[in-house]
Design a protein around this ligand. Structure first.
Ligand SMILES: [Ca+2]
Ligand SMILES: [Ca+2]
Ligand SMILES: [Ca+2]
Length: 686
């Protein structure tokens, strides 16, 4: 057994890195069998501290183990059970999931029984896989059990071994597990590319040679510490929630399976999984980013400033180097095997097509991404349960507020229904946004929960990113095309069970930067910012857009934030050039106005003017209205419309809080004003 406690004592992980577990442990087995007498000393020394920690029974257990070892032959010892990993490594009393289903990975488990040692905890019947490398066992935790360490004893005819299991102290609920609302402004951070606050983890000892800032697909050093130190910057910008790209432990060596050119036109080369979407340990934290303790520090520090944290979770697939790929816990854990699987064909419409068949949608639901990423089979009840518990574990140990779920449409909605129900049962306020990367409202809206679809399934998903709005937003404000595409898309809002919670955005880590669109200008970017910050739902910003960062397709859209990497000698967090500051100040002002003006957060949306280059809508509560106007033309425009039915005076003057419209007079319910070329306005009653 090669488990050790991490720095905060909340969990255990393998000493050598999960992807090397098996080779490392077979070495341990060989060492043990070669010479019992020679290896007994160091073997026991390795475990002494654990035995000492286990209290008054420790000396008895140590004696039993000694007796066992002395009379076992080396061959028998080699066949004794060994434990590599316990998932989850702990759980809570009084949790909505009890018993918790524990997955033990190791070897020589054939015929094993599991016995829980400690304070009334009980272990159910052990289910062992054919290879004897996994045990599934239910661990039931009595409701009044105090936090602390217990042990799971795994016994076979060849020997026994004990593995630690933690009973966690639950985090206080106040100020945690909050969910985001339309009062929030979300900011997406790609952890590796935002700020390097701790150079000591840039080239970690367990994963050397993956740090090189000159390579677009290597680690660049960004980490939790860098985010902690820039929380005040985000606060100043008006951010109230941060979506962090995945922090799961990714593989500790170069990824040879996925090879891409560093830059377009160059030769393919090995890459790193700096982006975090190739988990090899769903209970681990990527060491380039920091530790679980540092992550918890980040969540707490953000909460202190009134900033929520959104975890990026991936339930569709693992990285190609996950230990499960060579040795799956069940025969159907993945959809197919490394040697024999479907490739994903991206026929996403087939998943919602009432005329489709399971055979047709299979390639989309079960195919491996880029033919490489092993596709988890959520129809396997053990796999489904693993994912559900893993989600609840992260929420419970970190205190996060919401989840962004990756590749949502590639997983059976029957699973999402079960997963969402489990989340809401334990954390009713926590919400989930799903990634359905598609510009068609008829398609995206199908995946929002709240309504059973033709197949009788309501997947219960809270909300979605507004991809359908992103495309026309870019065409209008970057390319200068017909702005009426925006109200035309919004006209389809009724297809969503709840459009008022959607997440409008300009860009994310999978799109090119707005400034790289043909025709993009600072004026266009500012109008796009005005739109998402005054639109229904919760706006989401992409790191660096507030200073007009440029970048083409992935990975060029993930450049290092200027200022996050001290060696660069620039610091756009504090010192911006004129252009950067114009965009930053506009974004900041929009956040202030959104905070101040309730209609922008919770009002209904009424379209008032839709012309080729001008667009005006109102956001209305029962007591007040805010008018948002755009002139997307290259020349000034006169805008005029009727304000009947809005909460604005029938006569008087409206004030543009963005300062672009000089005088907007209302006369006999008609408002009329001049708008300068390529500007937006937020008009309120004086
Ligand atoms: Ca670092
Ligand atoms: Ca790693
Ligand atoms: Ca899938």
């Amino acid at each position: 057994m090669r488990l050790r406690k991490d720095s905060i004592g909340q969990r255990y992980r393998t000493a050598s890195g999960s992807e090397r577990d098996q080779s490392a442990t077979s070495e341990s087995g060989r060492r043990l069998s070669r010479n019992v007498i020679c290896t007994l000393g160091p073997y026991l020394a390795r475990y002494r501290s654990r035995f000492c920690n286990w209290g008054r029974h420790a000396s008895v257990k140590l004696s039993l183990l000694l007796v066992g070892l002395v009379f076992l032959s080396p061959a028998a010892l080699a066949q004794a059970p060994d434990v590599f990993k316990i998932e989850p490594p702990g759980w809570w009393a009084n949790h909505s999931i009890n018993p918790v289903r524990v997955l033990v990975r190791g070897k020589n488990f054939k015929g094993a029984t599991v016995h829980a040692i400690g304070a009334g905890v009980t272990a159910g019947v052990a289910k062992v896989n054919d290879a004897g490398t996994y045990i599934f066992v239910d661990v039931r935790i009595p409701s009044q059990l105090k936090p602390g360490s217990i042990r799971l004893e795994i016994k076979t005819a060849r020997g026994s071994i004990e593995a630690p299991f933690e009973i966690y102290a639950p985090l206080a609920r106040a100020g945690r597990f909050q969910g985001f609302t339309s009062n929030d402004v979300i900011y997406l951070i790609m952890i590796d590319r935002f700020s390097d606050g701790d150079p000591s983890n840039d080239d970690p000892p367990q994963s050397p040679g993956m740090y090189d800032r000159s390579r677009t697909r290597y680690y660049h050093g960004g980490d939790f510490e860098g985010i902690i130190s820039h929380l005040p910057y985000l606060k100043e910008l008006g951010v109230t929630a941060i979506w962090l790209t995945p922090w799961y432990d990714n593989v500790n060596h170069l990824n040879e399976r996925e090879q891409y050119p560093d830059r377009p036109g160059e030769q393919k080369r090995k890459i790193t999984d700096y982006h975090g979407y190739g988990a090899v340990d769903f209970y681990g934290v990527e060491e380039h980013f920091g530790s679980l303790a540092k992550l918890r520090e980040l969540v707490d520090a953000a909460h202190k400033l009134g900033i929520k944290i959104i975890q990026d979770q991936v339930a569709n697939h693992t990285g190609p180097y996950h230990a499960w790929v060579k040795d799956p816990p069940t025969p159907t854990w993945y959809n197919g095997t490394e040697a024999n699987h479907l490739a994903n064909v991206w026929q996403t419409w087939s998943v919602r097509d009432p005329h489709s068949t399971p055979q047709v949608s299979r390639e989309t639901l079960e195919g491996w991404f880029v033919d490489i990423l092993p596709d988890l089979n959520q129809n396997d009840p053990e796999c489904a349960r693993y994912i559900v518990q893993n989600t609840l574990w992260w929420i419970g140990v970190t205190g996060i507020d919401a989840i962004r779920q990756d590749t949502f449409q590639y997983v059976p909605r029957t699973f999402w229904r079960q997963w969402m129900a489990a989340i809401k049962r334990e954390y009713p306020n926590l919400n989930v946004v799903g990634e359905v990367y598609d510009g068609d409202v008829a398609h995206t809206s199908f995946f929002q929960g709240g309504r059973a679809r033709y197949d009788g399934i309501d997947d219960r998903l809270d909300t979605l990113f507004d991809f359908p709005l992103m495309y026309p937003l870019r065409r209008a404000f970057a390319e200068g095309k017909d702005i009426r595409e925006l109200p035309r898309i919004l006209a389809s809002d009724a297809l969503y069970p709840n459009p008022s919670v959607l997440i409008p955005f300009i860009a994310n880590h999978d799109t090119k930067r707005f400034m790289n669109e043909p025709g993009a200008t600072i004026e266009g970017l500012k109008m796009a910012q005005t739109l998402i910050m005054t639109m229904r739902g919760t706006p989401q910003l992409y790191y660096g857009d507030e200073i007009a960062m440029e970048g083409g397709d992935d990975p060029d859209n993930r450049r290092d934030f200027p200022g996050g990497f001290p060696a660069d000698g620039i610091d756009a967090f504090h010192t911006r050039n004129r252009t950067q500051d114009v965009v930053f100040q506009h974004q900041k002002l929009l956040a202030e106005l959104r905070k101040e003006l309730e209609p922008l957060r919770s009002g209904n949306l009424i379209n008032l003017v839709a012309k080729e280059h001008q667009y005006v809508y109102a956001r209305n509560t029962p007591t007040s209205s805010v008018l948002v106007a755009f002139n997307n033309d290259a020349k000034n425009a006169t805008v005029q419309f009727d304000v009947s039915g809005l909460k604005v005076p029938n006569s008087g003057t409206l004030l543009d809080r963005l300062g672009n419209v000089r005088s907007a007079r209302v006369t006999n319910r008609i408002v009329r004003f001049e708008m300068p070329a390529r500007t937006s306005a937020i008009l309120v009653a004086q």
